[in-house]
Structures are given as C-alpha cells and as structure tokens.
Design a protein around this ligand. Structure first.
Ligand SMILES: Nc1ncnc2c1ncn2[C@@H]1O[C@H](COP(=O)(O)OP(=O)(O)OP(=O)(O)O)[C@@H](O)[C@H]1O
Ligand SMILES: [Mg+2]
Length: 529
C-alpha cells in the first residue's frame, strides 16, 4: 500500500502551459510520472465547477464552451498584486490557482505510482524575481506540499543533462522558450560543481505570443470579410486560440496548414505556410536572438567557449528556432534530452541532492528521505549526488537611491548588479546630504535603470540619532548582503560613531501568512480532478 513504500523525492516543473512531475527511482535515475490520463505532461489549465475543480486536458478542452470558468497561463500573473478571479462567489489568487494545478499533479502521481510524494523542488524561470519566487513557493505550501527549494528551470535542465557527465568540465548554453517565458542561461559544469555564469530573458515572451500573431492575422482577415472581430467574442476567440496553437505546432512538421475561423455563424478559411508564419513571427524570434549575444557578453565568453547547447521548452521544436541557434552559435543543439521533461527531472535530482546533504538535526524529514535514498541508490550515483553543488547569480540589480555628486541628480545607484554570483556582500560609503543631518533614510530598489522612477522600491532602512553638528558628506557605510535564498539584509553604519541600523528586506507576495493558511485549508477541502 501507498504508505509502506518510502515517500518519493520529487521535482515539479510548474509551467505556463504544461506541468510535469518526476521522481528519483531506485537506481538514482529521474523518471517522469504519468498522470491518470496516461500523459507525461498536464496542461496547466483549471476549470471551475460548482462542486469541484478540473485541472488538465479536460479543462483545456472546455475552454471554448466555458471560457468564463477556465483559467489558463496563470503563471504570467504569479506574484502580481491584486490579480484575482472569482468563481461561484469565491476569490482565487494566482497562488491558489497554481496550488490547484499542483494538487492534481501530486494526487495523480500518488495514484499512478502507489507511493506518497514526499519533499518537492519546484522550478521557476531564471528571470523570476523574489516576489515571483516566493509566490511560487507559497503555491506549493497552499497545496500542502513540503517545498524544500525553488530551482531555476535552466539549472534544472543542465542538471538533467549533466548528471551522467559530471566530472567533465563544460559550458552549457540553455535556451528555454516555453509557453509563457523565455530565458537564456550559460552554465558551467566542473566536476560536481554547477555554476550559473549569466542569465537573462523576458518574463513575458513565449508560445502565447507566437499564437497571438496567428490569431491577429486570421481575425483581421475575418473582420475584412464579415465586419465582425472574432477576438471580441469570448467563445470564438478561445476557439481561434486553440486553432492557432494547433496550426503553430503542425507547422513544425508541415509546410502548410489551413485555419478555419468561425464566429456568429460566419466562417473564414485561412491558409498559412511555414514561410509566412516565420515571417509573421520574425520579430519575436529576433528578440530571443538578441539575448543570446547579451548573455554571452555578460558571461565574458565567446561562442567557441560554449560546448553544448540545450534546448528547453515546447517552442524549441520549431525549425526556425533550431536554425537560428545553429546560425548564431555554430553548434548543433543537443538532442539527447526531452525539452518537455528535463526540467522536472532536473528538479527531482536537485531534491535528491538536498535530501542527501540534509542534516538530521536541521531538516529531519528531508534527511530521512536522504537515508531512504542511500539504501536504494547505487554507490557511484550516490557519490555524485552527494557532491553536487549548485551556485546561482541574481537576476535583477539591487540599488540605492541617492544624489549623484557630479550633477546633483537623484539616481538609483547599483549596489549589486544583476548576474553577480550569490551569496554576496557589498559595502559602499555614502555621504550625508546636509549639514547637521541626524538621520539617513536608505531606499532600496530593484531594477536596471539609473532613473529611480523606473525601478521598484522594495524596502527602506533608516539610521537615526547620529551625532549632531557634523558637516554634509559625513560617511555612512551601507552594506547589502544578499543570500542564496534571495533575502537581502541592509546595514547602515556611521563611520565615526559606529552607530548601526540593520533591516532584513523580506518581500511579501500578495499573500500573508494567515491568508496562506486559510487558502491551504480551502485547497485541501476542494475536490480536484
Ligand atoms: N511541436 C511544437 N512546435 C511548436 N510549438 C510547440 C510544439 N510543441 C509544443 N509547442 C508549444 O510550446 C509551448 C509549451 O511549451 P512548454 O510546455 O515547454 O511550456 P511551459 O513549460 O508550460 O511554459 P514556461 O516554461 O514558459 O512556463 C506552447 O506554446 C506550445 O504550443
Ligand atoms: Mg517550461
């Protein structure tokens, strides 16, 4: 029975369009667990019914008939303050909707495997900021899961690819184009050390945008013919969205497809060739190409320094993506990994790494799972897993607002530029603005611009009761200490008096502790199928 076998050590790829779960088997290999529809990936689509919630294929198929009760692409809203959907008098945040997707995936994995899901590692795009990471972790908590870590998707992909190649030194470029997000990451594998050298991308660039180009083109033809815009009719628009996605997928294999657009009893047939589709979406692919160069430069490397290109995400099945990458990098992308499954597999590996390295005194539950793994996994794999070390970089710059001496302009000064390996500690001196200044307010911002208005303020740190009567320009040392789990500690220290102020900037997602507990109860009670 389920409880007799040890709980599984799992990894979950919570995707914009599809999600997947993998576990570490008795040989130490990561295996994807099918869902109860016998599929290896589950659409991240939720249908709200009066008495229950349906997740996956059926929900996706219902999107045309009941577009007002279906939520898709919720990952695009995770961490977004104030975004809620109401169904049958109840409000749902992106975290709760994501929790419902997680609940179905975990429930299915337990049914299919006959084992419990123990700890989980959930992946996020490398470009997610702290708020989005925290919201993803909260989604797991709401689903009742023991989320031991949040891992970057490209790092997970590199782990899945590199597990049997650890020991060799190589640099891997990961190009990840999924349904909703895009990032490029350069990773160095050296021995059992996996270092992220640089990462960049677009939080909102993915398959949906390619689909939108087809939708717009077809809708405009339809409008010219019938005077109606199918995009303004919810049902017709959803129907067109499905057909556009089907057409895009077919064009990865076929030279030509036909799209039938129907709305209010009228119809238009549009023929689309792969050539025309590639022209239509040239700008989107071009955006991704730009990032290849940006990330290479940030890693201070040349293409000859890159040994392997990994393609991740369903969109990399498009021939145009492969051709562009081959043209730019002069490398043939690795074909040995499955772009839909490698992220969940890598996350499962990482969970095993954490379980094997867990100290019983600090993380008893996780350490226990590690013990169970030790009993089953073969010696050589075990040694590898025990040695794996993953380091990351920060994906957004952290700065401080201050007056620039050269032109007296108020600017956001970067303390920790993005792509800095973490953990990191940076101290810089700042002078007081006015004479006799007895307090200083430090404004902490996130963002790439030096214009404070284009950055997001994420916290403040105030140092008070400084000695009176001092001139302007008296020095305060400001330290930003950024930890691996994304927490930022800000310390301000007056050089002369030694007076100090310290704050930890804990960025809250839209949900507080109490709300999370309440949502957890709700989700536990909900029937999810
Ligand atoms: N053969 C194919 N050709 C072109 N596009 C495809 C193909 N197969 C899947 N896709 C597209 O890939 C996207 C889904 O990819 P994937 O499942 O990797 O995304 P995701 O993990 O849900 O998203 P993200 O990683 O952005 O959160 C969809 O837009 C889908 O239409
Ligand atoms: Mg993905």
């Amino acid at each position: 029975m389920a409880d007799e076998k040890p709980a599984m050590v799992c990894g979950i790829d919570l995707g914009t369009t599809n999600s997947a779960i993998a576990f570490i088997d008795e040989h130490g290999k990561a295996q994807v667990i099918q869902n109860t529809d016998n599929e290896r990936i589950t659409p991240s689509v939720v249908l709200f019914e009066e008495e229950e919630v349906i997740v996956g294929k059926i929900a996706k198929n219902s999107a045309v008939a009941a577009p007002d009760r279906v939520v898709q692409f919720v990952k695009r809203h995770i961490g977004e303050e104030g975004w809620v959907k109401t169904f049958f008098g109840k409000e749902y945040t992106p975290e709760t909707i994501s929790a419902l997707i997680l609940k179905r995936i975990v429930q299915d994995a337990e049914t299919v495997s006959g084992r419990k899901v123990g700890s989980v590692v959930i992946t996020v795009p490398a470009y997610f900021n702290e708020v989005e990471r925290k919201a993803t972790q909260d989604a797991g908590t709401i689903a009742g899961l023991n989320v031991v870590s949040i891992l970057n998707e490209p790092t997970a992909a590199a782990l899945a690819y590199g597990m049997d190649k650890l020991g060799e030194k190589r640099r891997v470029l990961v190009y990840d184009l999924g349904g909703g997000t895009f990032d490029v990451t350069i990773i160095e594998i050296d021995g059992a050390k996996i270092d992220v050298l640089a990462t960049d991308g677009e939080r909102r660039l993915g398959g949906i945008d390619w689909d939108d180009e087809i939708i717009n083109m077809v809708a405009e033809k339809f409008q010219a013919e019938h005077g109606i815009d199918p995009r303004s009719d919810m049902e017709a628009c959803q129907d067109l969205r499905n057909k556009a996605e089907d057409a895009k997928i077919s064009l990865s294999k076929l030279d030509k497809v036909r799209i039938l657009c129907q709305c209010q009893g009228k119809s238009t047939k549009v023929e689309l060739t792969r050539d025309d589709f590639e022209k239509l979406t040239k700008g989107l692919l071009g955006q991704t190409e730009t990032y290849l160069g940006v990330v290479l430069e940030k890693a201070k490397l040349a293409w000859k320094d890159i040994g392997t290109v990994l393609l991740v995400g369903g969109m990399t099945r498009m021939p145009a993506v492969v051709q562009m990458i081959e043209r730019v990098t002069a490398l043939k992308p690795e074909t040995g990994i499955n772009p839909d499954e490698c992220v969940a597999m890598g996350a499962a590996f990482y969970n095993a790494v954490l379980a094997l390295q867990a100290k019983p005194a600090e993380e008893p539950e996780l350490a226990l799972q590690g013990e169970a793994l030790k009993e089953s996994i073969e010696e050589d794999v075990l040694i590898l897993l025990q040695e794996v070390e993953v380091t990351n970089v920060n994906s957004h710059s952290l700065g401080i607002i201050g007056v620039r001496r050269t032109d007296m302009k108020v600017v956001a000064h970067k303390m920790i530029p993005k792509n800095t390996p973490i953990p990191v500690d940076v101290t810089k001196p700042f002078g007081t603005e006015k004479p006799n200044q007895v307090s200083v307010m430090i404004k902490v911002v996130e963002g790439e611009s030096d214009n404070p208005e284009d950055c997001t303020q994420i916290g403040t740190c105030e140092i008070r009761d400084l000695p009176a009567g001092r001139p302007a320009g008296s020095l305060i040392d400001v330290t930003y200490a950024y930890s691996v789990d994304g927490r930022l500690q800000v310390i301000a220290k007056d050089r002369v008096s030694g007076r100090e102020a310290k704050v930890e900037i804990v960025r809250t997602s839209g949900m507080g502790e109490k709300e999370i507990v309440a949502a957890q109860k709700d989700v536990v009670d909900m029937e999810v199928g």
